[in-house]
Design a protein around this ligand. Structure first.
Ligand code: HEC
Ligand code: HEC
Length: 342
């Protein structure tokens, strides 16, 4: 159990709730299609993905209880992504993205689309057991969705408010399509990295096809890479960026917490600067298991950061959403990084 100092920790949760609420007001205006087949992912009447939906795989994936994933991006003909801010791309109206989650067979496909008024719409589609149909989940999600395919027979489908808590926690809602995530200089030590299928497009392919514009030239000459002192540190920062940085950054609703786990490729600074400044010997807003500092150099067992990654109760676990099972491989990496580098 954690002993929380109520007003501080409430600030964070309250901010998250407000962000979710505001965004759900705009998302509630138009209802997404009721069947995945109507979103334009597949050739009509088949499960063949349309050629104009481009497959890609971020180098640092989000942990989702061990599910494997496939992802696609669609841009309306003639439109381009503006990458002048390489960390936070601006996508054209009509952009669609899909992410399919499988445990042996597809269980859920998530979908986001940029609507005519510039807002984003979020939807989760749940697959039937024989893989012939995926239907829109209710806005509240399906917290107790049962399926033999998932470990433990249970696979919670997130609510739309959950989508927003993560996707609208950063400056822009598309989280896994950025210069760093698509860099051809992929981190071979990334936790749960998916082998790059040659069909998947990288930054180089997007630029060559004219789909990404205004990318700073330096990133074309030298593909982006986290500036770290060792492979362990690079992989640790990449993991924190992808799994925590969409909430813990300095331009979203949780800025007040002053906890930065996101990477900023556009800046000249070392990839660890903000992360170290906001972690090392910094007092946490509450104690956990007797620990009160976010990171104690060399001592992961006394650091709130790793204790909250290990925790699995709704109040203290990090990330707070989107997973039930601790990511042991990642915890081991972050602990090694604290022991060896901090
Ligand atoms: C725990 C946080 C979290 C929750 C909850 C969440 N997502 Fe995501 N989502 C991410 C992250 C991080 C990525 C990028 C990394 C990746 O693809 O592995 C992502 C990627 C995606 C993508 C691919 C486009 C992109 O942004 O990179 C889609 C589509 C998507 N999510 C839809 C949804 C929908 C719809 C919901 C709710 C039903 C949802 N997500 C809930 C964190 C979350
Ligand atoms: C969906 C958004 C979200 C994601 C993703 C997320 N967090 Fe958090 N985190 C919060 C909120 C909100 C708080 C403040 C409320 C609280 O303390 O529970 C918080 C608090 C924390 C704190 C305590 C802050 C302090 O005052 O010292 C730590 C440490 C932390 N998170 C680490 C992580 C790590 C590590 C990850 C990724 C493995 C992560 N978080 C992912 C939302 C998120």
């Amino acid at each position: 159990m954690r002993a929380s100092i109520p007003h501080k920790s409430l600030t964070g949760s309250a901010l998250l709730a407000v962000a979710g609420l505001l965004a759900s007001v705009s998302a509630a205006m138009a209802e997404p299609p009721s069947r995945l087949a109507e979103t334009g992912l597949y050739v009509d009447g088949t499960r063949t993905v349309r050629a104009e939906n481009l497959p890609y795989a971020p180098q640092y994936p989000l942990w989702s209880d061990g599910a494997s994933k496939r992802r696609w991006l669609y841009l309306p003909p003639g439109s381009v992504i503006d990458a002048s801010d390489p960390d936070s791309w601006e996508f054209p109206v009509g952009t669609r993205l899909w992410k399919e989650f499988s445990h042996g067979r597809p269980i859920e496909t998530r979908f986001i689309e940029r609507l005519g008024d510039g807002t984003w719409q979020y939807a989760a589609y749940v697959w039937n057991a024989d893989g012939t149909e995926a239907l829109l989940a209710p806005e509240t999600g399906v917290p107790d969705h049962q399926t033999d395919a998932a470990p433990g027979g249970h696979y919670p489908i997130p609510s739309r408010e959950d989508c927003l808590a993560c996707h609208e926690g950063a400056a822009k809602p598309v989280l896994g399509v950025s210069a760093l995530q698509l860099s051809p200089d992929r981190d071979t030590d990334a936790v749960h990295a998916e082998a790059l299928d040659p069909a998947n497009l990288t930054l180089t392919d997007f630029v060559a096809r004219g789909l990404v514009t205004n990318l700073p030239k330096a990133l074309l000459d030298t593909p982006p890479r986290i500036n770290a002192s060792s492979p362990t540190e690079r992989a640790a920062l990449g993991y924190l960026h992808a799994n925590c940085g969409h909430c813990h950054n300095n331009d979203g609703p949780l800025t007040l917490l002053d906890l930065v786990l996101a990477q900023n490729i556009a800046s000249e600074r070392d990839g660890t600067d903000d992360v170290r400044r906001t972690l090392l010997l910094k007092r946490s807003d509450f104690e956990m298991a007797g620990a009160s500092l976010r990171v104690v150099p060399g001592k992961p067992e006394q650091s709130v950061l790793t204790l909250r990654m290990r925790a699995r109760d709704a109040l203290s676990q990090m990330p707070p959403l989107g997973n039930q099972v601790s990511d042991h491989e990642a915890i081991a990496l972050i602990e090694r990084w604290i022991q060896q580098h901090l």
